[in-house]
Design a protein around this ligand. Structure first.
Ligand code: FES
Length: 128
């Protein structure tokens, strides 16, 4: 492949170290009780962490557009305040989810940050 003149190729061992992304440990508990403890990169959503790691029980049919409610999770009570409240669009979409409770959230709307390191979410029996 041709490169524009003046552009030098990085030499092995001579490159700037790649900055490692921060991760938060998220525990996904299936309805059956099976736990999956996953390191999820900050900036991703809890849904993306599940899909990337093939956690069963989160479908995410709309890909995170808050338009399907198939990424429904229950936030563990001790994490409810840190995760925060659903916004109105998410609240409307939750009306379509199965067995909605006080601690229900759409995992595509929960952004992973350092503050959520240790978060526990339970998955519903089914997504719809
Ligand atoms: S992935 Fe569709 S609403 Fe979350």
């Amino acid at each position: 492949m041709c490169r524009p003149s003046g552009v030098r190729r990085a030499r092995p061992g001579n490159s700037t170290p790649v900055k490692k992304s921060k991760m938060a440990k998220i525990t996904y508990i299936e309805h059956s009780g099976t736990e999956h403890v996953i390191d999820v990169e900050n900036g991703m959503t809890v849904m993306e962490g599940a899909i990337k790691n093939s956690i069963p029980g989160i479908d995410a049919d709309c890909g995170g557009a808050c338009a399907c409610a198939t990424c429904h999770v229950y936030v563990a009570p001790e994490w409810k305040d840190k995760v925060g409240q659903a916004e109105s669009m998410e609240e409307d979409m939750l009306d379509f989810a199965f067995d909605v409770r006080d601690n229900s959230r759409l995992s595509c709307q929960i952004k992973v940050t350092d503050e959520l390191d240790g978060l526990v979410v339970n998955l519903p029996e089914k997504q719809f």
